[in-house]
Design a binder for this molecule. Sequence first.
Ligand SMILES: [Zn+2]
Length: 437
Amino acid sequence: MSEILIRQAALLGGPKSDLAIKDGMFVDPVDLDPSARGTQLIDGEGLVALPGLVDLHTHLRQPGMEQAETVLSGSQAAAAGGFTAVFAMANTQPVADSVGVTDMVHRLGQEAGYVDVRPIGAVSKGLAGEELAGIAGMAGGTAKVRVFSDDGHCVSDSLLMRRALEYVGTFGGVIAQHAQDPRLTEDAQINEGALSSRLGLAGWPAVAEEAIIARDILLAEYTGSRLHLCHLSTKGSVDIVREAKAKGARITAEVTPHHLLLTEELTASFNPLYKVNPPLRQDDDVQALREAVADGTIDIVATDHAPHPSESKECAFDEGAFGMLGLEVALSVVQKALIEPGHLDWSGVARVLSQTPAHIGGLAGYDNPLTVGAPAHLTLVDPAALKDVQMRYTRSGNNPYGHLQLPGEVRHTFFRGVHTLADGRIVPADELPGVAK
Ligand SMILES: [Zn+2]
């Protein structure tokens, strides 16, 4: 039975208050005896208290690519970044297109014990885009999958997309689409424009993303089902989503930390660290994406944490893998890109990095953060810290922020009242209570 008292942290960046945790739940601080043996005291002075962060878009790479990441290493990276839940994408080997794989990923997450690992199921068998995956089985398994995505690939067949939307609509699920017209992006390496011409790299036009987003919004309206749009990267995508929401479409959208901060100029180095799908775009896209988070057009920030082994990034640009790390640095990027310019305050951060992603993914326990009676998912961040960006817990090294100093440092994370990150250090696995240890 653990009792924890956090003194004088700024709740959601607002007034300072004490927070108390007992048996995994927030309780009234007056109900704890701070002098009792075994009560853990944490000085919250200078720290902002946020609800545990929820990432709707993570690649954990297990099964099949454990040299890049495992459920355990990814869970530790997540806890180090202040997360208490991650949704794990289906493009593993084998693909998470059946209940056997999704239930296994879920069980590995429980055994690790750092965060709630919620598997995402594939939309199509083998991500091949031809035949629907075992959606009903995955939804009915112990992991109770609610989010389905072929991420890494686009569901480009309109009929398959229609059927998938209709199917998940019967049980309140959601299709998360990776919007990329495959024909318009054959061999594409970076954003299409003057820079791609100058560098002699095949360009990735904005319309390849925007055309699929426009089509899928129409299909979502036609079927009445829920559509979530992954990693928006262009100003045009923002305009389409804004217009559709004004008309009442039931859609949600996300942006990654890297698309909120980095631009295509970095790719002029020909360093595959800056190669990502969708590609880094231009300044006016970044500004439009930031403003879209501020006005609610974009609902959430999701990391698209994409670990790769070094050989996939230490090579020629056009041979490099697409993807960037994100879990350990997401909150710092959000502080830099959204808080410092005044687009969001800390309660807005709680909304886009915890409450709304939990809601989209069907995850309970995040509706009334930091309140008595709610599960104790808690992140304490020191916003005044300035740090070189190092990735300490992921197995991979594809960090695109190594040239930057970023603000903010996560000091403590509690997952259901369990201390997973203590004074900036991950609590070792054998010291966590965990499940089935
Ligand atoms: Zn994607």
